[in-house]
Design a protein around this ligand. Structure first.
Ligand code: NI
Length: 399
């Protein structure tokens, strides 16, 4: 049987690989994706029938809309486009030209997948109904770009009814995918504390109040929150990632600073951990005669997949990849993703696609300096995005 998506995809695959490599060579940080955004806008501008809006989310976000003119579902597909502050260690022709910056999370691959889906679907416009919205989002890495896109109308005109997004996943082989109904990825909250004591000579500790000793007790006490106050069958993380104090070996400094991250897989645990972290820092510091100035910042909410949408994605993926290559009950990740912000507004599903070439076991994880999105996986991503739109047309989203 002729397969229109495969045929069109094989026509454009090499171009998508070239685009991915180009994006990879010019990584840009959150809200600074000017070149990336311009390149993507140029690609989208060449696709007939697409309405392209640029300049969203402080300037670098793009939404492209394919309106078939026929009644049907309004489905959004999303890719993130920002890079990370990591010095690339890959020795490839298209390695990062921007010193200290790198596409170490594969967002170059996500963007190429979405351009591919837009190209294929626009060429099949006569066979589609409803509206397809393509969202190219800046600042996924700690910039809450999803919120900025939503504020600028990415889910409106017409109102999006379902949204799907993907992430390349090093632990899965190319051709595999995984997701789950319910919580797939953790909430993220940052905390920062300044432990204020009183500085003095290191040889006369009784004349001061040592914030280093207090901060050390704080770090240790924070470890008891998950171990001693949480239901052991639930999941949470409290990690102190930074601890700074002092300038000389014989001086007790006036203050110490620490900061870290809180992760949870349900909203109650999240609230519990936020409250506990604040109290433990405050009271432990007080027990050592110090004051603690504490700031908790709200990070990303949990990525919670709608049960029906997750089933829809699993069924669609099973058709394409085969049952053995689809994991419908992937254990959740304690990583975070601002795709959660869309899922708070619209039902949808986030899923992982495999990046590890078959037969390899040492594929670098995301955020490592030797990570690189696998080109073959672009075909899988495009295929899944397109099939989700085609299947949605059949009323599967309402069934
Ligand atoms: Ni990412």
């Amino acid at each position: 049987m002729p397969d229109p998506i495969s045929d069109r995809l094989s026509d454009i695959f090499e171009r998508l690989v070239a685009l991915r490599h180009e994006l990879h060579s010019m990584p840009e940080l959150a809200y600074q994706e000017k070149q990336t955004s311009a390149r993507l806008a140029a690609c989208l501008g060449e696709i007939p029938g697409l309405d392209v809006r640029t300049g969203l989310a402080r300037g670098t976000g793009i939404v492209a809309t394919l309106n078939t003119g026929r009644p049907g579902p309004v489905v959004a597909l999303r890719a993130d486009i920002d890079a990370l502050s990591i010095q690339e260690q890959n020795d490839v022709a298209y390695a990062s030209k921007n010193k200290g910056l790198m596409h170490a999370c594969g967002h170059d691959g996500h963007a190429a997948c979405l351009v591919g889906a837009a190209t294929v679907l626009a060429s099949m416009r006569d066979q589609l109904s409803g509206v397809v919205r393509f969202i190219f989002q800046p600042a996924e890495e700690d910039g809450r770009g999803a919120d900025a896109m939503i504020r600028d109308g990415a889910l409106n005109d017409p109102p999006v009814q379902a949204i799907f997004g993907l992430h390349g996943w090093a632990a899965l082989a190319v051709g595999q995918m995984a997701t789950r109904a319910g919580a797939l990825m953790a909430s993220t909250d940052g905390f920062r504390a300044t432990i204020v004591g009183r500085g003095c000579h290191g040889a006369a500790p009784h004349l001061g109040i040592d914030p280093i000793v207090a901060a050390s007790h704080v770090v240790v006490a924070l470890q008891s929150i998950v171990a001693r106050t949480m239901d052991p069958l639930k999941s949470g993380v409290v990690t102190v990632g930074k601890l700074h104090a002092g300038t000389a070996i014989n001086v007790i400094p006036p203050q110490a600073e620490l900061s870290g991250t809180i992760r949870a897989l349900d909203a109650d645990v999240r609230e519990h951990l936020r409250t506990q972290v604040e109290q433990v820092i405050r009271h432990t510091a007080a027990a050592h005669g110090c004051r603690a100035d504490i700031a908790l910042d709200g990070g990303y909410p949990l990525v919670v997949n709608d049960a029906k949408m997750a089933q829809f994605v699993v069924d669609t993926a099973t058709d394409i990849l085969g049952k053995d290559n689809v994991d419908a009950a992937r254990p959740p990740s304690m990583g975070g993703e601002d795709f959660s912000c869309y899922l708070e507004k619209v039902p949808g599903c986030f899923f992982f696609i495999g990046l590890c070439p078959r037969g390899r076991t040492d594929f670098p994880a995301i955020h490592s300096p030797t990570f690189d999105f696998t080109d073959e996986a672009i075909a899988v991503g495009v295929r899944l995005f397109c099939e989700l739109v085609l299947h949605a047309r059949g009323g599967a989203l309402n069934g």
